[in-house]
Design a protein around this ligand. Structure first.
Ligand code: BDR
Ligand code: CA
Length: 317
């Protein structure tokens, strides 16, 4: 089995990614750490508990991590994920925040990795604040990971949050910089443009949500708010014909779970722009080795979407 540690800002696609991990027979989720991002870290904690509850997995420990980026203010994505981060669906049975572990998220990450050196795969589907703080507290942290899978960044300087920056990087550019420059462990990235190009059809989406299960019902409810809000019309035209379902975080999760699912990838050193007026938070791919970096990351270009859809389906069964 694969031991996973998941770092989330539990919005709708984080929920989808978590459910995918919980449904995978070869995966043991050791813990979920929460961070600011799509919504406040308190909402993220609550949303994570809601997802675990519908999956009958409340025994998995949930930890609260950073409530703001390393510099500057939080940006949130309420327009897409709703005020509560999960589509603002009334839910009378939300587990209480007293179920959150007392230990802080970053300490928990470091402890778990030290208890299982070389065995944990970290999947990060959120601003990278917790990951950055972990390497600052324990510089050996990344070298004790089996690998890290990140949803974030972009490869063609197209943003979904600012002109040039993808949300998870825009929400904490310094953290992204620290991770991409200090995590010298096997690193795989599902970047924004790749996720847009790997959209799933609405026909699939209907079959996926139409499964007669408690989980599918939950997903349909929380997803209603953001469905159809995917990307701008221009992006849709340029990237794919027509609209479709983009579950950004699930691509990073699928790659972490199934070693064979990535069909094509590029290997480059990458970094993050920190100062540009339009480009702060934009990922920079060093295709010419001008940064003199020795560490390459694997940037996913193509995934086996049949396998991916199968994993998405199973996640709601
Ligand atoms: C990313 O930003 C968030 O809104 C999503 O959860 C995903 O992690 C996509 O840019
Ligand atoms: Ca996310």
């Amino acid at each position: 089995t694969k031991k996973l540690l998941i770092d989330v800002d539990c919005g709708v696609d984080d929920a989808q990614a978590i459910m995918m991990a919980l449904a995978a027979p070869n995966v043991e989720v050791l813990g979920i750490t929460c961070v600011h991002g799509n919504t406040t870290v308190e909402n993220v904690c609550r949303n994570t508990l809601r997802v675990l509850k519908v999956c009958h997995k409340l025994e998995i420990p949930v930890f609260k991590g950073a409530d703001k980026p390393i510099l500057g203010k939080c940006i949130q994505a309420e327009h897409f994920h709703g005020m509560d981060g999960l589509g603002d669906v009334p839910d009378l049975n939300v587990p209480g925040l007293d179920m959150i572990q007392e230990e802080g998220g970053v300490s928990a990450m470091i402890r778990l990795v030290n208890e299982n050196p070389g065995q944990i795969t970290l999947v990060a589907t959120a601003p990278l604040t917790n990951l950055a703080l972990a390497v600052k507290l324990d510089p050996s942290f990344p070298s004790k990971l089996k690998g890290v899978f990140i949803m974030g960044g972009n490869t063609e300087s197209r943003g979904n949050t600012t002109v040039c920056a993808e949300f998870n990087f825009a929400a904490d550019p310094e953290a992204a910089y620290i991770v991409l420059n200090e995590y010298h462990c096997p690193t795989t990235m599902a970047c924004w443009e790749f996720t847009c190009r790997s959209k799933l059809s609405w026909t699939f989406c209907a079959a996926w949500l139409g499964q007669k299960t408690e989980k599918a019902h939950f997903m349909e409810n929380i997803f209603r708010f953001s469905m159809g809000k995917s990307v701008s019309e221009r992006m849709q035209k340029e990237f794919v014909a027509g609209t479709g379902l983009v579950s950004c975080d699930s691509y990073a999760m699928a790659a972490a779970i199934d070693d064979g699912i990535v069909l094509e990838s590029d290997c480059y050193p990458v970094s993050v722009e920190l100062t540009g007026r339009h480009t702060r938070g934009m990922m920079v791919l060093d295709t010419t080795d001008k940064l003199n970096k020795t560490h390459n990351v694997q940037v996913i270009k193509k995934m086996d979407l049949d396998k991916f859809m199968e994993m998405m389906m199973k996640a709601l069964q």
